[in-house]
Structure formats: structure tokens, C-alpha cells
Design a protein around this ligand. Structure first.
Ligand SMILES: [Ca+2]
Ligand SMILES: [Fe+2]
Length: 491
């Protein structure tokens, strides 16, 4: 890569924020350009779910359970039968379901999908694949950590609930929490030809009604100020299902950040005290992250982490919660955070989106304080893939091409005084890094470190930006992301 012009006057944090603000949930998508995927190590281990096809990079070897146990220092103490039978969970996130009856053709819909990294038109087929996956995996509990719908359309929510009822066959429990797209969303619309037409979105009250069988109806406790609740996953194993989203009087258009009010924090504290008094173990679930998933995520993408994350992490960890299932950023990534003032760490187990490559879901076995985590992927859907060899290749190409088209568009905005050619030089590296981060267990390619060092050494401008972002996005934080054992007793 040639040296980039770097004598610029724009603000680096400002640029980072501007880029981040659009990447997450309302970001752009495929361009007509047929970029060649070149990322290394971006494909998840696929031993459990089929080999990738030719135009998807070869899989990396995900760390084994034994490797993870060495990292976590937990192998010697594992005894899955010490306190009863394990509980099997299946965790998915951000399915962004869109009712196909709202329109999936025409200029307006194509213009929308050209600005979105999510497989929206395919989301119904992906959901059907997930119903089949749940039947195959046969977990006792299914958890879905928010962004159930594209943009909160009432008809999409009703159809999601119908699919979740299919997952509930055989007495299986399904629990959901809302994501930032699900409630009071102005983006709820249908598409017809050149036109977009607003359609009904749902309120918070309607959310708890539509999903009454997925947490709200049988909750052991509900927070009066949010859609948070406590439910029993299995005897002695509770779920603290938290609503971190902003709506009502506080919601502005495009709001994607999250927070808990003081009232909800007090409610959480009370519920955790109650669980402790009854000897129950508690796992939590929320849409927004609570631990950074790469260095400086809070500076670059602040809206992806719950506000006052350190205090929230301390509240949960001190209350006995060792792990939180999260979503929102569409990455399959686990990190461990030690809140300030807390003696014990907490794991943020983020699950990627089922409609963003590599379309993962997690299978988790809970035995006492041990979580045995593995990752699988949607590998086939009932949908015309337009000649792509398989669904993973199709999803990979859609994301990779979309990101490479989107990134230069964002960072070449005039106010940052970056030339098109500069942006075009940086964007493939950033796109590779993001795709790898989405898949988890990212390993920086050998040719990137030299670029990073060169850019960081420049100290200013586009080069420093690229160096900082590449270094953080390409550096996976402990523990491994796709498979591993987490010992919550010694966290
Ligand atoms: Ca990690
Ligand atoms: Fe999402």
C-alpha cells in the first residue's frame, strides 16, 4: 500500500465515530462491484456443519475445548454431573426477520438492500432453517438476544412469534428480549416498485403481548419500567432477560444505543439478591454489549455497548452473573471483563446475526458453573442463491462486497477531506478485518502487521486511523470466540 496523504486537519475520533455510527445496524450493503474475497482466517471452523466452498477462505482451526480450558485454567475442575444433568441452550441473535409480504422486489427495496449488510430478503428462509436447526439440536431452551425484526414491523413480529412457537415443540422454552430495531421504529415500511409505504410498528406493550409465550407470560418477575424479566430456564437456573433498548419519550430516529435507568438497575439488584437467597444460578441476556469486544470499541462504536458499561458489568458480576449473552454488533465474539471495584470478571458472549455472514448460532451446555460453548452456522436455506455454490459463499460475498463498497463511501465524506483514492486504499483492509471479527477467532494475516506498523508510525491522518482500527479489529481478545469452556466459578 502506498503512503497516504496524512497532513489533515480533521478529528480522528470524529471520523471513527462517523464510520462506526453507520456500520452497525443501518449500514450499507452490496454494490454492483464484484470484489474478490481475499480475507484470510475469516471463515469459522466448519467441522460440525460442512466444508466451505471454493470462493470462501479456508477455515481456521477453532480452539478445542481443551485449548480453551488451558487458557481459562478450568480443565481440572470440570465435572458436568456434579450437581445434576446439564441444561442445553441454543442461542441466536439479530435474526432481523422481515415479512416477505411487505415486498422484496422493485427499485425501492433494491435501494434499501444496497444500503444494508443484512440478508433481509432471505430472512424468512433463514428463520425456517433455524426452526429446523432447533429441532435437530433439540435444546431445552432457545435464547434470542434481540433485533427479532428488520425494523419493528407488526406483521414481521407476528410471523416471528409463529416461528418461535414452532421452536417450542416438545416443551422447549424460548426466551426473547427486544433489540434497538424492534419497538417504535420509524423505519417500519413496505416496498412496492419505486415506493415505500409506512406500515404499523409495535409498542413496548405490544412486544410483551406478542411474545407472551416467549418470556413475558410466565416470567417469575417483570420490571415495571422496561421489558426486562426473570424466567426459570431449568430448576435452579434462572435467566435475567434485560431490555437495554431506548424507546418511548427517549427514542430519537435511528437510536441504536442502549442503557438501563436507575430504576431498572435497582430492580436488577433486587432480583439478583433474590436469586442468591434461593441458591439459583443466573445467566443474563441483553441486546447491547457490556464488555468491549476489541480494543477501543467504546470509542469507535459507543452505541454498541450499554451506557455505563463498567457499572452495569459490576452490578451483574457482583450479583453473581458470570456470563451475559449479547448481540447487536453482529459479531461472534466472547470477551472477559473485570469491572472496576469487582473481584470477579464477567463474560460477554456475543452471538453474531443469523442474517450476516457467517450466520452463526451457539449451542451451550450448562453444567453447574461450567459453560461448554460451541458454534454452528446456517449452511443451507430454501432460497434462490443465484448460482452461488452454497449459502455460506453467498453470505460471505454479500457482506464482503458490501463492506468494501460502504467503507470508502463513509470515510470519503467531504468534511474529512479524504480523497476517494485514499479511502479506496484503506477500505479493503478494514473490510477484511471486520469480516474476520464477525466470524470470531480472528488471526491477523502475515502481511497486515507491517502495514499496521507503518501506519501507526506515521502518527497522523488516514494512516493512523487505518493502523489503529486494523490493529484493534484484527486482535481477538481472550477467550476464544467460537468454542470453549468457561468456568464461571473461577472467572
Ligand atoms: Ca474473544
Ligand atoms: Fe442487529
Amino acid at each position: 500500500m502506498s503512503r497516504l496523504a496524512s497532513n489533515r486537519s480533521w478529528s480522528l475520533p470524529g471520523l471513527l465515530f462517523a464510520v462506526g455510527a453507520t456500520w452497525g445496524c443501518s449500514d450499507g450493503g452490496p454494490s454492483p462491484t464484484d470484489a474478490t474475497a481475499s480475507v484470510d482466517g475469516a471463515t469459522p471452523s466448519s467441522a460440525a456443519d460442512g466444508a466451505p466452498s471454493a470462493d470462501v477462505p479456508p477455515p481456521i482451526d477453532a480452539p478445542s475445548f481443551a485449548d480453551a480450558a488451558v487458557v481459562l485454567g478450568s480443565a481440572q475442575t470440570f465435572d458436568g454431573t456434579a450437581t445434576g444433568a446439564p441444561v442445553h441452550l441454543l442461542v441466536l441473535s439479530d435474526p432481523h426477520y422481515y415479512d416477505p409480504a411487505l415486498g422484496t422486489t422493485g427499485a425501492a427495496f433494491e435501494a434499501y438492500t444496497a444500503r444494508d449488510r443484512k440478508l433481509i430478503a432471505e430472512s424468512d428462509a433463514v428463520m425456517r432453517a433455524m426452526v429446523a436447526a432447533v429441532q435437530t439440536e433439540n435444546p431445552q431452551v432457545v435464547l434470542i438476544s434481540g433485533d427479532l425484526t428488520k425494523d419493528g414491523e407488526q406483521s414481521s413480529h407476528n410471523r416471528v412469534a409463529a416461528y418461535l412457537r414452532q421452536m417450542q415443540a416438545d416443551g422447549r422454552k424460548v426466551f426473547v428480549v427486544p433489540g434497538n430495531h424492534d419497538i417504535e421504529n420509524d423505519g417500519a415500511q413496505s416496498y412496492a416498485g419505486d415506493l415505500t409505504v409506512p406500515v404499523p410498528a409495535i409498542s413496548a406493550a405490544e412486544f410483551s403481548t406478542i411474545y407472551r409465550d416467549m418470556g413475558y407470560g410466565a416470567a417469575m418477575a417483570r420490571d415495571s419500567g422496561s421489558l426486562s424479566y426473570v424466567a426459570e430456564m431449568a430448576p435452579g437456573l434462572w435467566l435475567l432477560a434485560l431490555d437495554s433498548c431506548i424507546y418511548g419519550d427517549f427514542r430519537a430516529p435511528e437510536t441504536s444505543s442502549g442503557r438501563f435507568t436507575d430504576q431498572t438497575k435497582t430492580w436488577i439488584q433486587g432480583q439478583l439478591a433474590l436469586a442468591a437467597s434461593r441458591g439459583a444460578r443466573v445467566l443474563a441476556m441483553m441486546h447491547h454489549g457490556v464488555v468491549e469486544h476489541f480494543a477501543n470499541q467504546a470509542a469507535i462504536f459507543p452505541e454498541y455497548l450499554v451506557a455505563e458499561r463498567d457499572a452495569v458489568a459490576a452490578l451483574l458480576s457482583n450479583g453473581g452473573v458470570g456470563a451475559v449473552f449479547t448481540g447487536h454488533f453482529h459479531a461472534n465474539d466472547i470477551t472477559r471483563g473485570l469491572p472496576s471495584g469487582s473481584a470477579r470478571a464477567i463474560y460477554d458472549i456475543e452471538t453474531g446475526s443469523t442474517v450476516t455472514y457467517p450466520c452463526p448460532y451457539r449451542v451451550v451446555e450448562v453444567s453447574s458453573d461450567m459453560l461448554i460453548v460451541s458454534t454452528k452456522h446456517v449452511t443451507a436455506i430454501d432460497y434462490d442463491l443465484g448460482g452461488a455454490p452454497d449459502f455460506q459463499s453467498y453470505a460471505h460475498k454479500s457482506l464482503r462486497v458490501g463492506l468494501e463498497a460502504l467503507i470508502p463511501e463513509l470515510i470519503a465524506q467531504a468534511k474529512y477531506a479524504i480523497t476517494d483514492s485514499e479511502a479506496a486504499e484503506v477500505s479493503p483492509w478494514l473490510a477484511d478485518g471486520l469480516v474476520a471479527h464477525y466470524a470470531g477467532d480472528e488471526v491477523i494475516p502475515l502481511d497486515v502487521p507491517a502495514e499496521v506498523q507503518t501506519w501507526l508510525a506515521s502518527g497522523i491522518g488516514v494512516e493512523l486511523l487505518a493502523g489503529m482500527m486494523l490493529q484493534s479489529i484484527w486482535t481477538d481478545l481472550e477467550p476464544p470466540d467460537n468454542s470453549g469452556i468457561l468456568n464461571l466459578a473461577t472467572r
